[in-house]
Each structure stands twice: as C-alpha cells, then as structure tokens.
Design a protein around this ligand. Structure first.
Ligand SMILES: Nc1ncnc2c1ncn2[C@@H]1O[C@H](COP(=O)(O)OP(=O)(O)OP(=O)(O)O)[C@@H](O)[C@H]1O
Length: 591
C-alpha cells in the first residue's frame, strides 16, 4: 500500500516534470510569470487586511468611544492604500496571465508536435489494433486535460497555497485560540476527502470512458453515414447510441450520489464550524480577550482559509486527472517506432522477390496468413496476384510496403533484404493505387500533389493528362482548385481512380502496387482508367491484385494464392493449359 502511494506520488511528479521539460525553452517568460503569480497571490492578502481595518476600526472606535474624526481619516488613508495595491496587483496579473499563456501554449504546442511526429512513426499494426478513432480521441482529450491543468489548475494551486499559508499565519497572529477551534474541523474534512475522493474519482473515470464510448458511436455512424442510410439502419444506430447514453447516465447518477453525500457532509461541517467559531469568538469578545478588529480580521481571513482549503480537493483531483493523461501520453511516446534499416536506397531497378516468406498477424497467431511464399518479379515485369478472398493478397502488399515484417524468410528489393533498407527511401519508390480511392478533403491540385509535395503546377497538369484526368478537371468550374469534399465524395469512382493514378504518376515510383477495383465502371470510364493504368505501369515493376481477366491476360506472370500458399504460377496460357485452379477461376470469372 505504502509502495503504491509512493508510486502514485512519483507519477504525479513525473507527469508534472514531463510537462515542465517542455516549458524549459520558454523559461525566460515562464519563470517571471510564476514569480509574478506568487507575488500577486501574496498581494491579494492585502485586500482582506485593509478590509479588516476598514470594518474593525470604526466598530472599535464606536465601542470604545475613540475619536471618530481620526478614525475616519485613517479609513480614508487605508482605502487609498487598498486601491493602490489593487491597481498594482491588476497590472501585474495582466502581464502574468499573458506570460503564462504564451509560454504554456508554446510548450503545449511543442508537446503536441512531438506526439504527432511520434504517432506518424508508429507501425501500421499499432493503429489496426485500436478501434477507429480511439487513438486520436484519446490523445486529443488527454491533451485537453494537460492543457487545462497546466494553464488553469497550476496557477490556481500556487495562488491558493500562498493564500492558505498567509491567511493561516495571520489568523494565528490575530487569535490563536480561535484558530485552533477553526482548525479542529480540518482533520474531519481531510478524512472525508480521503474516504470519498477515491470513490468519486473512480466514478468520474468511468463517466469519462462512458462518454468517450458514446462519442465513438456517433463518430462511427457519421463516418459511414452513406451505409447507415443505404441499409436504413438509423434505428439500429440510435439504439447503439441510446445504450451508450444510458451507460453515461447510470454512471453519472452513481457518481452523483457519492458526490452529493460528500458535499452535504462538507456543508454541514463547514457551516457548523463557522457557527462554532463565531459563537466562541463572541464569548472572547465579550470577555475582552480580543478586540473587534482582531475578530473582524479573523472572520475575513477565515473565509479565505476556507475558500483555499475548499478548492484543494478539486485541484488535487485535476492533478490526478493530469497524471492519468500524461501517463497515457508517455506510454504512447514510449511505443517503439517502425523498425527501419539503415541502408539508404538509391534509384531501384525494380526487382522484387519473396523468399520463403511466412507471416501471421499477431492478433491471429493460430494460422499463418502467408505460408512459405516465394516469387520473383523482375524489373519492369507485370505480376498478377489472384486467388479467393482472404488468400493473403493484400497482406503481400503490406509486407512489400514494410507495414508488417515476415516471421521467417525475406522480402528483397534488387536482391537486398528489405529489413536492412531505409523504410522511407524505399517507400518513396513504391506507389499504391488502392481499390477504394479515398482522397483528402482539399483541392484536386493538392490531392495530386500528394504524390510529390512541391511539384509545379505544370507537372501536376502533365500527370493529370497522363492519367486521363485533365479533361474532366478542366471542365469543373474551379478546375484544379475544385475541392473534392470529405474523402473525395464529390467525385465519381472512376474520377477518383484517375486522380489516384495521376498522384502515382507524379510520384514516379519504380514499383507499383495496384489493387484493381472490383466495382464495375461504365465502359467509357473503364477505358479511360485502363488507358491511364497502362501508361502508369509502363517501365515499372507492377504487382496487381487482379479482378479482371483482361488484366491477367496481359500479365508476365500470374501467381495463384490460396490460404497464403502459392499454388500455381505462370502465364495465362500456361495456367489455362494446366487445367488447375486458375483455369477454374478464369472459367467462372471468379478472379
Ligand atoms: N490486420 C489484420 N489482423 C489480423 N488478421 C488480418 C488482418 N488483415 C487481414 N487479416 C486476415 O488475413 C487473411 C488474409 O487477408 P488479406 O486481406 O491479405 O486477403 P486478400 O486475399 O487480400 O482478400 P480480399 O481479396 O478479400 O481482399 C484473412 O483471413 C484476413 O482475415
């Protein structure tokens, strides 16, 4: 138990230290802001101090029959002091908030940048193992928590600590007897916080998870809105959302009972203590043990003690939330990035081979998805991959792209083991034209430029011409500046494919991975796409997951896969003559 407590403390400190390490570069603004924070917090004690005199002096003067003119004069003097100090405090506070925000936001941006850079380096399987959107959702909400704590709670914690300590010293000076009565309730409150705090925290974490879950349902439905509508599944989605909402409601209710019990107890103790203190103070006042000034001062500063003390549980729980958030973020930062070899790749000839490659997905270790797979694609050759659904064709692509590594055997490029090559330089020479082309939400120009960032307008246009896309783009009202809508929904399937081909042409890869679309295009569109593909494949090594007989006919070699094994390979004629699986697939058009 003690160990766990120590561990937790270290984590809180570790989380804060981690965030602070990002503030280091901005310390020239940050440190003066923190000093100013402590200074203004100290100054804020001047307000109750002068207030005590403003109320207490006249009361004393009236009671003791002291000269009222002199009292009035003193009051005028004090109000001037008070206004002066308030003005200084306001001035410093303005610069402090600005400085704190400037250094804090800049540090947080560095943190966000580091996280995103790291996310981009993580291997593809890491993302496949997560539910859609959950990584980005988690990171965003954790960053919000860190920001909230750092920019709001940290200054609050510093201010309340200064006010609490300062006020406590003052109340003890004013009347140690009354102070002891007041402080008698502190252990009770601390105990209550300790006892119910854990429960409240547990529920608040559950509530957050439940809320995130409901957010995910909404995100998934909105993302596939076309499918939802096409299947008339609005009611089904609503049920899913309702179930998530019910959970949010139930967890919130359970949390509310714990919080309500805690709150009513605290209210009782707090007001009870105030009543007790006033009662005891009146007795001290009546017996002349304290004067009116000290009593007024005591009451005012007690309010400050109470307010600072009362905000501590919230501050502590916010720090705990930040600890959770930084823990998750640091875990993410500790995830190993993609493994990359060190050998920089020059311009490839385009030779590609699999040598006895066996591979299984970590999430499904029972059966290998690729089983001792070997094949060679010579530079410039066109190789077709055919086989039933689930045979492992897409997995071959993901191994070529280095998304996954073989369990045994190797993938080679121009005879070099892929695991020794630099991933980035290798991927630069590979382009993918997927089956379902998803474009980015920007303009057509930006979408084509994605193939080679920095390409000139003339190069982009030339690539579009080669891809048979220029004519339809030019006919659009905004031409190349037309925005394509989220994921390219404003373009037809054939148009999207031609944009993807233009992108690949611009990238000028040595190796092309093409997943042929299964959905039929109309004849004209198909002719335009095929013509563009022919141009794209010319002079490059191409691997095509083929779904059309016309494509396989023109392939230099056809690989027939089944259950991750190569069961036949050869040209169309050879395989037809063999009368095997390929023959059957071709006959039934099941490619
Ligand atoms: N990320 C993954 N994690 C676990 N298993 C996977 C993953 N991706 C694919 N698989 C499994 O690996 C096997 C091969 O899948 P793959 O996508 O390579 O087949 P395919 O031949 O391309 O199929 P299709 O023609 O239907 O696209 C399938 O059984 C599939 O369920």
């Amino acid at each position: 138990m003690r160990n766990a407590e120590a561990e937790k403390k270290r984590d809180v400190r570790g989380g804060v230290a981690w965030v602070l390490s990002y503030v280091r570069p901005y310390r020239k603004i940050f440190i003066p802001s923190v000093l100013a924070l402590f200074f203004t917090a100290g100054l804020s004690l001047a307000f109750p101090w002068f207030l005590k005199d403003l109320i207490g002096d006249p009361a004393d003067a009236w009671k003791k029959g002291v000269d009222t003119v002199a009292t009035r004069q003193r009051a005028d003097e004090k109000i001037l002091w008070l206004v002066g100090i308030l003005a200084v405090q306001a001035f410093i506070a303005y610069w402090r908030v600005r400085g704190f925000t400037r250094s804090g936001e800049a540090a947080l941006n560095d943190l966000r940048r580091d996280l995103f850079t790291h996310l981009l380096k993580l291997p593809v399987p890491f993302f496949q193992d997560q539910r859609s959107g959950s990584v980005s959702n988690r990171v965003s909400s954790d960053l919000v928590t860190v920001r909230e704590t750092f920019l709001n709670t940290l200054p609050q914690a510093a201010r309340h600590s200064v006010v609490l300590i300062g006020s406590l010293i003052i109340v003890f000076i004013l009347s140690w007897k009354l102070s002891l009565v007041m402080l008698a309730c502190v252990p009770v409150v601390v105990l209550a916080v300790a006892l119910s705090g854990r429960k409240v925290r547990k529920y608040s974490r559950e509530a957050q998870d439940a809320l995130a879950e409901s957010g995910m349902v909404m995100e998934e439905s909105v993302q596939s809105i076309a499918d939802v509508k096409a299947f008339s599944n609005e009611a089904f989605e609503m049920t899913r959302y309702n179930r998530a909402l019910d959970r949010v409601y139930n967890v919130a209710l359970r949390g509310a009972s714990a919080r309500a019990a805690f709150l009513s107890f605290i209210i009782f103790v707090m007001f009870g203590t105030i009543g007790g203190v006033v009662w005891y103070g009146s007795h001290l006042l009546a017996s002349g043990a304290i004067d009116q000034r000290a009593f007024t001062g005591f009451m005012i500063f007690s309010v400050f003690v109470g307010a600072s003390l009362g905000s501590m549980p919230e501050i502590v729980s916010q720090f705990q939330a930040m600890t959770g958030a930084t823990e998750r973020l640091r875990e993410l930062m500790a995830e190993s990035p993609e493994r990359s070899g060190s050998l920089a790749v020059g311009r490839l000839d385009g030779g590609l081979a699999f040598q006895n490659v066996t591979f299984r997905y970590p999430s499904r270790p029972e059966a290998p998805v690729l089983d001792e797979l070997s094949f060679i694609a010579e530079p410039g050759q066109r190789v077709a991959l055919v086989g039933p659904s689930g045979a492992g064709k897409s997995t071959v692509f993901s191994l070529i792209l280095g998304f996954n590594q073989p369990e045994s055997g190797k993938v080679t490029f121009d005879g070099n083991d892929a695991s020794e090559l630099q991933l980035a330089s290798l991927r630069h020479q590979i382009a993918v034209v997927p089956q379902e082309v998803l474009l980015f939400g920007g303009s057509i120009r930006e979408n084509i430029e994605y193939g080679r960032p920095g390409a000139t307008a003339a190069e982009i246009e030339e690539a579009a011409k080669q891809a048979n896309a220029h004519d339809f783009i030019a006919a659009l009202p905004d031409g190349y500046d037309t925005t394509v809508g989220p994921r390219g929904v404003k373009l037809s399937g054939g148009q999207r494919q031609r944009i993807a081909i233009a992108r690949a042409i611009l990238a000028d890869p040595r190796i092309l991975l093409l997943d042929e679309a299964t959905s039929a295009l109309d004849t004209e569109s198909e002719r335009l796409v095929n013509e563009a593909l022919e141009r794209l494949m010319k002079g490059r090594t191409s691997l095509v997951i083929a779904h059309r007989l016309s494509t396989v006919r023109h392939a230099d070699r056809i690989l027939v896969l089944n259950h991750g094994r190569l069961i036949e390979s050869g040209t169309h004629q050879e395989l037809i003559a063999k009368q095997g699986t390929y023959h059957l697939l071709a006959e039934t058009q099941l490619l």
